[in-house]
Design a binder for this molecule. Structure first.
Ligand SMILES: [Zn+2]
Length: 463
């Protein structure tokens, strides 16, 4: 009895202690940063179906091989084997979802001929297939969030285009996530635009995504976030952790210039790229919607010495993360289907956990929906450093697009991976906090009345 009471007392003391500690930072009470779980998005998440995802993965596997170098002529498409058939089916699936929402999706292809290069011997047509759910607010429709997976596959030999390359996990699982997000989110309306993308040519060197990201850059897309799902099937090995999903993000941006790098070195800014803010946002989304799979941030661009389609977007200056299962099984990746010494090789559907993929799809849909419902991030965020002082003054321009009703200043210890505190500052564009900029990292985000918040923006110093 006494022990229990003592435990409770200790618990309440620590809560009081935390509140006091928070208050001493700035003299005002703050809350931990969080996001609201939008009720409509929550309802859409319950519509995500493991059975639909399984059907889509099995359908993609049924094309035998989806090697980017495999046949895509009309006869091959008619025969239902090869990347051409997979492409046409993916397109028809997006079109089916669009039909179900009264034509709300614009289904498009981005196609070009890749000249011979790394892992491509002959001129090869590479086609990305995507669906656009246009934003309903004229001022915000030009803002875009995007989800992608690669629908191509490969087996042990890059140039083997005839034997099976089922690619159930790599990356029919990611393609199925993009498709399922399109199916469930197309039933809703958002002020900003969502793009559901599937790319080809990943296995030869990220060709499809490179072409697409460059198009987005050349056309001046306001692309705020890219979620690249690649190998999200929770391969059924005993060491797999089905409660977690890895989210990789670059720390120092691929496009950082020399002056950028000098500034990052001076300020300790190496963990605050826009991609990393996106990874943190996904953690908040996972918490807000109490999802069954938790994002596990990895502070590196990708797995050791490996890469993926998010690189293509990072290289054009966009925030992009890679989402991958906790533990990969390399017997099932880039392998011809075969038995050897009692081991089954090959990327087969039987190793994919469809329930897990549907939780990953929910995480993606919740992130896309939350961002597409939120105001644009505040612009031109600055930390004033003209005078040496212990207070910190932040200033910013209003979030463009008119959705924001208030701003929040976030901060964290320089050693902390996640935002720790948030302070609502109202509908202002300047605030002073009674705390030293030297001891923390700040950011500002724009929120609306319903609690949708933008990605946070870390200030640049202004003298
Ligand atoms: Zn892959």
């Amino acid at each position: 009895m006494r022990k229990v009471r003592g435990f409770r007392l200790a618990g309440s003391v620590s809560v009081v202690g935390l509140v006091l500690a928070a208050m001493t930072h700035s003299g005002m009470a703050q809350s931990a940063p969080g996001l609201a779980a939008d009720g409509k998005i929550r309802a859409a998440l319950s519509d995500v179906s493991a059975r639909q995802i399984q059907a889509n993965i099995e359908k993609l596997v049924s094309f035998g091989t989806r090697s980017t170098l495999s046949a895509q002529d009309p006869a091959a498409i008619a025969s239902g084997r090869g990347i051409g058939a997979a492409r046409e089916w993916t397109k028809s699936e997006f079109e089916r979802y669009s039909h179900d929402c009264g034509g709300c999706l614009e289904v498009k292809t981005d196609s070009y001929t890749q000249e011979p290069g790394e892992r491509v011997q002959e001129p090869t047509v590479i086609t990305n297939v995507y669906a656009v759910l246009k934003g309903t607010d004229p001022e915000n429709a030009k803002r875009i969030v995007l989800v992608t997976g690669h629908y191509d596959s490969r087996n042990s030999d890059n140039y083997n285009i005839t034997d099976d390359a089922p690619g159930a996990n790599d990356d029919a699982s990611g393609t199925a996530v993009s498709l399922e997000c399109a199916r469930v989110l197309s039933k809703l309306k958002f002020p900003a635009t969502i793009v559901f993308l599937t790319v080809a040519g990943e296995e030869q060197g990220l060709y499809g995504s490179h072409h697409f990201a460059k198009m987005a850059k050349d056309q001046g897309w306001e692309l705020e976030a890219v979620l690249n799902n690649d190998i999200v099937g929770a391969d059924k090995s005993p060491e797999q952790d089905r409660s977690r999903i890895r989210v990789f993000s670059e720390g120092v941006p691929a496009v950082a210039t020399d002056p950028d790098l000098r500034r990052l070195r001076l300020l300790g800014g190496e963990s605050d790229s826009t991609s990393r803010q996106l990874a943190r946002y996904m953690v908040d989304v996972g918490r807000a919607f109490a999802l069954g799979v938790k994002p596990m941030m990895i502070f590196r661009p990708d797995r050791y010495l490996r890469g993926g389609d998010h690189f293509s977007f990072n290289q054009q200056g966009f925030a992009a993360v890679r989402i991958t299962e906790f533990r990969e099984d390399f017997h099932h990746q880039h392998q011809n289907v075969r038995m050897e010494n009692g081991i089954q090789y090959g990327d087969l559907p039987k190793f994919v956990d469809f329930e897990y993929v549907s939780e990953v799809a929910r995480l993606n849909a919740a992130t896309l929906g939350s961002l597409a419902a939120a105001p644009a991030p505040p612009a031109n965020v600055h930390l004033l450093t003209k005078d040496l002082e212990n207070d910190s003054t932040l200033a910013w321009d209003r979030s463009p697009g008119g959705l924001a009703t208030a701003y929040e200043v976030l901060w964290r210890a320089t050693t902390s991976p996640e935002w720790e505190h948030a302070e609502k500052v109202g509908n202002l564009t300047r605030t002073t906090l009674k705390m030293s900029k030297d001891n923390v990292i700040f950011a500002v985000r724009a929120c609306d009345q319903a609690g949708h918040c933008s990605l946070p923006v870390v200030p640049t110093p202004e003298r």
